[in-house]
Write a protein that binds this ligand. Sequence first.
Ligand code: ADP
Length: 353
Amino acid sequence: MSSGIRFDSVSVAYGKNVVLDALDLVVEPGEVMALLGPSGSGKTTALRAVAGFVQPVSGRVLIGGRDVTSLPPHRRGIGMVVQQYALFPHMKVADNVAFGLRAQKVAKGEIAGRVAEALEMTGMGAYAGRYPRELSGGQQQRVAIARALAIRPGVLLLDEPLSALDAQLRSGMLAELARLHRELPDVSILYVTHDQVEALTLADRIAVMDKARLQDCGTPQDLYRRPRSEFTASFVGNANLLPVEVGSGGSVSFGGTPLEVATDEIAVGAKATLCVRPHLVGLGEGPNALSGSIAEVQWRGSTHRLYVDVGGHRIKADLRELRVTPALGDEVTVHFAADDAVLLAAGVGGSDV
Ligand code: ADP
């Protein structure tokens, strides 16, 4: 089945409360798109609009090029997995997985083979005769995924599928989902999560949502290296966000200290924000040096996180090789390369993605 999802200016409202505001987004056939954002930003609503469980007040949803906006959920060719497994407790695993096939009136003779295939794919072949209560949380979620895959959907919708699992299971299931996607290269996946690690690990592209709006969209690498807004910079990875005033010829002023940056796209004199990732900040003299005092030191196993107070701003530096750990109050200098700093215009994001 051809796939791909297109949101064409889709808005959803409850009463006067607009919870999805004119979403334009394309998920290419075979692509994994993560919808990433804080709780309440409209991610699940967007997914439910694709599934057909919520009706947009305006705009269209297309699947495989076909306008499905007014089609009922079972006619959209989608598989869906939600956080809480939602298996039927009185049905054995095989019957749970067969449910969608029966609803679609797939020929009886074909059902057993399709169920076995889906269970095999999720590593649950040996559990067909069990009841959900006889399975662990991770196993139940595998069955839920098998059930979604059994109908051979063109589009797979995953709504926080791992958030009910503990950390170790989650990372195993992430790898499993990546493998499944390699085995099903034609299926488009829309993956709702508030967890940036899941989004960075699984997604071909990430759509960053905040306050009912798409804020940014790009590959994980793009969003991390070249965020377009402060929101993206702080939600995808960790960021130092320094208020600066733009000077001429790729320089900015941070509290009176001149710093070199690699871009000069923002008007001279404008207020802007300089984004520098903590792992790109070095300790000691170097380009773009800033002096301050150690406000806090955290040991994080493979790195030290230093918080350096520079003129009232706390600069975070993640350092791998630190022979001597600085003490609180020590005067230090930190620095970063011009190429590692991204200049963000104030107030960017939200309307023009
Ligand atoms: P997210 O998935 O990003 O956490 P949701 O899409 O679930 O966000 O919700 C977006 C907003 O819509 C929230 O403010 C939520 O309270 C509201 N909302 C969701 N479902 C309903 C509903 N059935 N009735 C009223 N408001 C709702």
